[in-house]
Structure formats: C-alpha cells, structure tokens
Write a protein that binds this ligand. Structure first.
Ligand code: FES
Length: 173
C-alpha cells in the first residue's frame, strides 16, 4: 500500500511517543525530532502531537512559535545564519550578507524555491574575535569573506544529493 508523507509523519510521531513518553514533558523532544526530520512542524503535526500528549493544540503552537529552533513554515535543508551583532557588524558582515543574497537570489528571512537554503540573521554566536561569523546548520564558519561565501555554498550544493534524505546535514564534520 502506498504510504503518504502524512502517514509516515503519523508513524514517526507515535514512535517518538514510545521513545520520549506521552506526557507534556515529551513535547519539546518530539517537536525537535519533527523539525530535524521534516524541517518544520506543520499544523497537522501539531494536531497529532497534541492528541497524543492529550494537550490543547494551542499549547503546541505556542511552543513552536516561541522557540527559534522550531518553525511552522518549511525551511531549507541548509539554514544559514549570519551574525549581525556589533563585532561582526564592524567586521564587514554587510558585504557577506550582500554576497549571500546575491548568490542565493533571496533576502534574509526567505527560503530558496528549491527548498535547499534558508537565510536568517543570528545574534552573537560567541565567535566575536573571528568575525564575521555564521552558522550553516550546526557548523560554524569564521572570518567569512564574500569570496568564502561562494565556496561554502558550493560545498552545500555538492553535499545536497548525498544528504538529501538524511536527518541532519553533517556534511562538513
Ligand atoms: S558579534 Fe558576531 S559572533 Fe559575536
């Protein structure tokens, strides 16, 4: 029988319920698993989680909208977060930002139409003496220049095929 994406999501949520429990304390771990695998937490997913944990869907939505690592809109498989805080701002982060926007053809806060890249601002990520700094998923890049942007994006594009179905894109470690 053909299994729809929704069936698969339902099964995954039940499996994570087995793993983390079916009480309110399992809410965040389960939402993190959904985010990691499906790159967002859809309204359907929120409803299924709410039913499973016997809590109101509004409570689930509240958690998803509160935490920056959760999102109800689909994000790219590579989430690029460029630091915009003072030290990086003084180290030419604007030039890096313009290069990212030009190379990806999107603005900050947007996702490329092919679903590969999302571009976001970050606040200080603790690499102030090595700015401009940015994250690609969990990987930190420091002293980023416009020239380096091209190589970094190229690395992502090359890794995309290999990791398209993987839970996490640990392509650079
Ligand atoms: S100001 Fe950018 S990493 Fe701290």
């Amino acid at each position: 029988m053909f299994q729809t994406q929704q069936d698969k999501l339902n099964q995954d949520i039940q499996r994570w319920g087995d793993e983390f429990g079916r009480t309110r304390s399992a809410l965040i771990p389960i939402l993190q698993e959904i985010q990691a695998k499906y790159f967002h937490v859809s309204e359907h997913a929120m409803q299924v989680v709410a039913n499973m944990l016997d809590i109101h869907p509004v409570e689930v939505y509240g958690v998803v909208s509160f935490y920056s690592f959760l999102d109800h809109r689909p994000k790219g498989k590579f989430i690029i977060r460029l630091c915009r805080t003072l030290s990086c701002a003084m180290q030419n982060k604007d030039r890096v930002a313009r290069q990212l926007e030009n190379d990806l053809g999107i603005s900050f806060g947007e996702t490329t139409p092919d679903g590969r890249f999302t571009l976001e601002w970050a606040n200080c990520i603790g690499m102030c003496d090595q700015g401009p700094a940015m994250l690609v998923n969990d990987h930190v890049f420091t002293r980023v220049t416009p020239d380096k942007v091209h190589d970094i994006l190229d690395g992502c594009r090359r890794a995309f095929g290999v990791f398209a179905t993987e839970k996490r894109q640990e392509y650079l470690v």
